[in-house]
Ligand binder design. Structure first.
Ligand code: 13P
Ligand code: SF4
Length: 350
């Protein structure tokens, strides 16, 4: 690879000045984070994208659904660029517009659609966000899921939670006092979601059968092993982890929460972190006075987040300098209108 990439990135960024604003999710590589104007979790990045009306180009170093949300929340004259179009999210892909429309028909036939409020995790396509907005629901992220659910239960009796079953279950059971029996899992690959009408009518929380393949790798064994290996360790995990992992952990929160928890931690304290590896490595480097390890022994990057690397960022920035806008992410106006309604509801949550 080109040894001058860092220099080229600096030069292109300087040439663009205030015309470009670079956002970096916490799971991005160090070489990319170095050039980010702000870093954040999904919630913070959505807000920050909306707060830069003067930037012509928003270069989003993250995954596709984040760039779509940025496009929805930014102005007409702003363009959102994703440096590699292959940076998707396998969880977001687990709920398609057709599948979700079919699910709504199932709920309608069961007579419960009228009392069900959709709540969609940020990690979903613009289509799913639009579905959510059209049916009076809200978006949430891992940092406001409880508030979003509390709001939803003020509007209706049941929630359809898309697409991450773990975040939905963990929030309902761990933070809101639901029992596991209050939740059912809707499987889009089975007729009627694999559920009976009775199960649907009894459930308070209908969880979509989606998950994150990165956080799904952590198991109860990972937690037990690390507690054995490092006595006194604090286990801190992302709420996309399975319920048994979250239940066995000491602390649970979004990427931004994890960063703040370590900033506040005592020197000499020991931490096992259950989230993506780029972030855990960066945290270990930033806190040499604390012992910070990855929760599992196996390496665990998010492969799609990792697709954005320095060569792709340099290519995107240099294209902008040359007057070409590459990899523009656009959401059609109809989808945008309803998706924005759902996102605005989230941004207005107390
Ligand atoms: P955060 O909102 O915590 O940054 O999580 C985003 C994500 O994709 C986690 O897998
Ligand atoms: Fe999607 Fe999981 Fe990667 Fe987050 S870590 S972007 S949820 S695949």
């Amino acid at each position: 690879s080109d040894p001058n990439l860092v220099e080229r990135a600096r030069a292109a960024k300087a040439a663009l000045g205030d015309r470009v604003f670079i956002l970096g999710h916490h799971y991005q590589r160090d070489e990319v984070i170095e050039f980010a104007d702000v870093t954040g979790d999904s919630f913070k990045l959505a807000r920050d994208a909306a707060a830069r009306p003067e930037a012509e180009f928003i270069v989003f170093c993250g995954v596709h659904f984040m760039a779509e949300s940025a496009d929805i929340l930014t102005g007409e004259n702003q363009q959102v660029v994703l440096p590699d179009l292959a940076a998707g999210c396998s969880m977001a892909d687990m709920a398609t517009a057709e599948q979700v429309a079919e699910c709504w028909d199932v709920l309608t036939d069961a007579g419960i659609a009228d009392v069900t409020v959709p709540v969609s995790y940020m990690n979903s396509s613009a289509d799913i966000k639009a579905f959510t907005g059209r049916h009076g629901g809200t978006i949430c992220t891992s940092s406001n899921a409880q508030r979003a659910l509390e709001w939803a239960y003020e509007q209706g009796q049941k929630v359809l939670f898309l697409p991450d079953q773990h975040l939905g279950r963990n929030t309902a059971v761990r933070d809101m006092g639901f029992s596991l029996d209050d939740c059912v899992v809707y499987n889009p690959h089975k007729p009627n979601g694999g559920l009976t009408v009775e199960q649907l009518r009894d459930a308070r929380m209908i969880l979509w059968r989606g998950h994150c393949s990165v956080h799904g790798r952590f198991t109860l064994d990972s937690v037990n092993d690390v507690r054995e290996r490092i006595p006194g360790v604090n286990v801190l995990v992302h709420p996309e982890c399975r319920h048994e992992v979250v239940s066995a952990a000491d602390m649970v929160g979004s990427t931004e929460y994890i960063i703040k928890a370590l900033d506040a931690a005592e020197p000499g304290s020991k931490w096992a972190i259950g989230t993506e590896l780029n972030l855990v490595r960066r945290l270990a480097k930033a806190h040499p006075d604390k012992e910070i390890v990855f929760l599992d022994r196996a390496v665990c990057f998010c492969s799609t987040m990792n697709r954005i690397d320095l060569p792709h960022l340099v290519w995107a920035l240099e294209s902008l300098v040359e007057g070409r806008v590459p990899n523009v992410i656009t959401v059609d106006p109809e989808t945008e209108r309803y998706a924005k309604a759902a996102l605005d509801r989230m941004l207005a949550l107390p």
